[in-house]
Write a protein that binds this ligand. Structure first.
Ligand SMILES: [Zn+2]
Length: 874
């Protein structure tokens, strides 16, 4: 699964925004064991479904071949929202009917038979009906203005809403699926259509799909409607990209990425893509970003259907990464599946790490390694909170399982793999991946299987390193002393953003610390006992060469000063991003001042890398919002921004045909920075002109600059612009333009227009998949935050009605954008009286963020004032 990420903004950098990139889903669930007995195992499902898209119900005929380990009269499997009509079991040549009892809390059905079913093979036959729900999970209804679609989303535990099943990842079986659908409709499932026959009845036809390989229930998919596709072929695999008919024109970009990635992965894994075909389908209503169903990957439309002529670099990059993420899962997750959900991090961490490789190979100009380095800084900040969790944690109930899909399972696990690969070398690591996949294909595996394979191929202590990072919560900081005689003293401890928390002295890590050398790096293993490390002979002391180490570094003053002076000439862009993150972490933990950080930003102000620039100046927004306490301080900071960065923007000039993506992004970031900090009326006018030109003809202006201009224009925008954006959202067939326009409707500073935007967001004109994101965006921006929160409180009934999905926790997470004790109490009291399903962890994190911000302002605001006075005087 890929979490939807198109709403991340480079501006805020407080640990809150990252939660939007990686939704933290959580539920206040009752805790009881819900695992199925292991004595009955399914081997094959035959499933015939007849959905009625108008009445939103479906009927199902199912037979499950099982192996019965011990004689029994009871068979237990998973089912919810299912009405059973009949259940029989065939065994030993005789058939008997059973009765059904339901355990709603455990989401289980128990079949009881009059006679003992003997050990051995048996076939369970079930007739039932179900509902096409509105909850974006199970077998659900997705609607456009023209018609309804019936689609599926089963991960983690919702296959049981579509068909009674042994709904655990280790119960792998093969499937024969057929669908009875309207004569004019088509359907897509995991395998190609094997037969298409008319009937039953004049207005129906029946599609029979080929037998699947052995796979887990959560990877089954079937989609019904009038999808249209474009197709291609790569390495003997038929690849299609499909969408609703009005959007099939936006599919070419995805097909190119998918063809490239398929060949890339065939090579990398050394195992040919396991199926005959691969479909990628855009779904009008979709909660996550995308889902890796075996051979039939589903997407939120904006993560698949992108027009490069009108989409910014960031939008193109995000969609490409969503595609390569899901395709990586076809091997890592689908072919080889985790034994149980406690190891979902291995699935998601792996795909998050792997997604970058084919995109970086296909589009080196998109600066993927630097984007990864920036993401790692966000993850390190999330993991430096006291309420973070260990990567591997127990999960039994659906609520606990859903909670595992968070920034730790995706971001941290991916960073751990990146560090291990960097330490072992790419080819050695690749061989370990191949060995792991080859040993477990069409089966299940655990984390130990993975790191033991890596240890066996590399002969290095991968098991110790990975275990150290996977079973312990949090991250280390390595404090380096003054180097002498070819080595440097070092002490490690757990790092917390908040200076008020004392780390447990017993908590230590074993991991590679890589020093920068003239040719890349020199890695040493630091263990809990290590008190000094040998360092390379000459040059700067920089302890996170390549920026891929999952730890914070802090240096003695002379070594740090040396790094600041030589950062731009000596460090790589990823290393500079790492240095910036480390210095900001020092500010957060009160070991450095906000002025120290801004001095480092000034030292990098002419940085040629857009990603370095974005990391450096992203935190200026945080400082203006969270540290500055008065308008005067914000004005003085804005004056400093203008003095330091306006010349670079004017030097770049307007977009030119030969501009690299890096230049396009740098220009857009400069425009956004200068409009956000300062009263440059000439730039505001320019932004409005660019925005209007883009809305007139989206392919006539550089889309990357246009997005920055649109944000600036909306902030200062009038009713005419609001109306225009609303019309784009309602009439465009380009999902990216639609979403861009929709997001802007809650970014107007004009109070009346903002109110209109918020009202609109929770109206029936906006899909439920978007409502919570709209409110989160309103809460994120300091200029719209108070009004958005007031709106939420005063329109709670309406807001609540739209939080039908797990995305409700996003709204709660974003209340963590506030920065006063009063707001903290207000948020706490409000959600105590108006609880949101699935959001207790989100609330805990939000309150912690507010507390952290209050502390940051208290400690750093005096430093900011002093630093600004010096800047003003000089
Ligand atoms: Zn995933």
């Amino acid at each position: 699964m890929k979490i939807h990420s198109s709403t991340t903004s480079p501006r805020a950098n407080f640990g809150v925004v990252t939660a939007l990139a990686v939704l933290i889903l959580s539920f206040p669930g009752a805790i009881f064991a819900q695992r199925l007995p292991t004595t009955i195992t399914p081997t094959h499902y035959t499933l015939k479904l007849a959905p009625d898209l108008k009445t939103a119900i479906f009927s199902g005929e199912e037979s499950i071949d099982v192996n019965i380990g011990e004689p029994t009269r009871l068979i237990t499997l998973n089912a919810i929202e299912i009405a059973f009509q009949s259940v029989t079991v065939d065994s030993n040549g005789s058939q008997q009917s059973g009765t059904v009892s339901l355990d709603a809390a455990k989401q289980q059905a128990i079949f009881t038979f009059p006679d003992i079913v003997p050990a051995g093979n048996a076939t369970i036959k079930i007739h039932y009906t179900g509902i096409l729900n509105n909850e974006l999970r199970g077998f659900y209804l997705s609607k456009t203005a023209r018609r309804n679609y019936a689609v599926t989303q089963f991960e983690a535990t919702d296959a049981r809403r579509a068909f009674p099943c042994f709904d655990e990842p280790a119960f792998k079986a093969s499937y024969d699926i057929s669908l009875v659908i309207d004569a004019a409709d088509t359907a897509i499932s995991n395998t190609p259509i094997a037969a298409d026959t008319p009937g039953p009845g004049a207005d129906k036809h029946t599609l029979v799909f080929g037998t699947t390989p052995k796979m887990s229930t959560y990877l089954v998919a079937f989609l019904v409607g009038d999808f249209q596709c474009i197709s291609g072929r790569e390495d003997d695999v038929d690849i299609r990209v499909c969408a609703t008919p009005d959007k099939v024109n936006e599919t070419a970009f995805a097909l190119d990425i998918a063809k490239f990635a398929l060949h890339y992965y065939d090579d990398y894994f050394g195992i040919h893509f396991p199926l005959k075909k691969l479909d990628l389908i855009g779904i009008p209503d979709f909660e996550a970003g995308a889902m890796e169903n075996f051979g039939a990957i589903t997407f939120r439309e904006t993560d698949l259907l992108v027009d490069p002529r009108t989409a910014s670099i960031a939008v193109q990059r995000n969609a490409a990464l969503a595609i390569t993420h899901e395709m990586a899962h076809q091997w890592f997750g689908d072919l080889v599946t985790m034994q149980w959900w406690d190891n979902i991090w291995l699935n998601e961490g792996f795909a998050t790490w792997m997604e970058n490789k084919p995109v970086a190979a296909m589009h080196p100009e998109w600066n993927i390694p630097e984007v990864v380095a920036g993401d790692e800084q966000n993850t390190l900040d999330i993991d430096a909170r006291p309420t973070t969790r260990a990567i591997r944690a127990n999960a039994d109930t659906p609520e606990e399982i859903d909670q595992m899909f968070d920034g730790i399972a995706y971001g941290k696990a991916s960073d751990v793999l990146l560090m291990v690969e960097n330490y072992l070398g790419q080819e050695t690591f690749r061989k370990g991946v191949h060995a792991y996949l080859a040993a477990h294909e069409y089966g299940n595996a655990t984390a130990e299987d993975f790191w033991n394979a890596q240890r066996a191929t590399s002969h290095k202590p991968v098991d110790k390193i990975m275990e150290s990072l996977i079973v312990q919560p949090g991250e280390p900081v390595f404090n380096f002393g003054k180097p002498a005689d070819g080595s440097v003293p070092v002490a490690q401890e757990r790092f917390f953003l908040s200076p008020g928390i004392a780390p447990d002295p017993a908590q230590k890590w074993t991991l590679p610390v890589c020093f920068k050398t003239t040719d890349i790096q020199d890695c040493k293993i630091a263990t809990p006992e290590t008190s000094s490390l040998k360092i390379p002979a000459a040059g700067l002391l920089f302890a996170n060469a390549t920026g891929k180490g999952y730890y914070r570094s802090a240096y003695a003053p002379a070594q740090y000063a040396d790094l600041v002076t030589h950062a731009e000439s000596t460090l790589t862009p990823s290393e500079r991003i790492s240095l910036l993150g480390d210095e900001w972490a020092q500010v957060r933990s009160n070991k450095a001042t906000v002025g120290d950080y801004l001095n480092l930003v000034a030292a990098l102000k002419s940085d040629p890398s857009a990603e370095v620039f974005s990391n450096a100046v992203g935190r200026i927004g945080t400082i203006a919002d969270k540290v500055a306490a008065t308008k005067q301080e914000r004005d003085e900071l804005a004056a400093w921004v203008q003095r330091n960065f306006a010349p670079a923007y004017y030097r770049l000039g307007p977009p030119a045909p030969g501009d690299s993506p890096n230049t396009l992004e740098l220009r857009a970031q400069l425009l956004e920075l200068l409009v956000d900090h300062g009263n440059k009326t000439d730039l505001s006018v320019q932004a409005r002109q660019i925005a209007n030109r883009y809305l007139d003809d989206p392919s006539a202006v550089d889309p990357t600059l246009a997005r920055a201009a649109l944000e600036a224009a909306a902030e200062n925008g009038d009713a005419a612009l609001f109306d225009r954006l609303q019309k784009v959202y309602e009439t465009s067939a380009n999902p990216d333009l639609q979403e861009t326009a929709l997001r802007l409707l809650v970014q107007f500073d004009n109070p009346a227009l903002l109110e209109r935007g918020l009202e609109y967001s929770v109206s029936n004109k906006v899909r439920n998949q978007d409502a919570a994101i709209q409110l989160a965006i309103g809460l994120e921006d300091p200029d719209t935050r108070d009004a958005t929160w007031n709106f939420v409180k005063t329109h709670w009934g309406q807001v609540r009605a739209d939080l039908t999905t797990d995305l409700g926790s996003l709204l709660v997470t974003y209340t963590g954008s506030f920065c006063t004790g009063k707001a903290r109490d207000d948020v706490k009291n409000f959600f105590a009286a108006h609880p949101v399903t699935a959001s207790d962890v989100a609330l805990k994190h939000a309150l912690e963020n507010i507390d952290g911000c209050v502390e940051l302002r208290h400690l750093q605001e005096p430093n900011l004032k002093k630093w600004l006075a010096v800047q003003g005087a000089s």
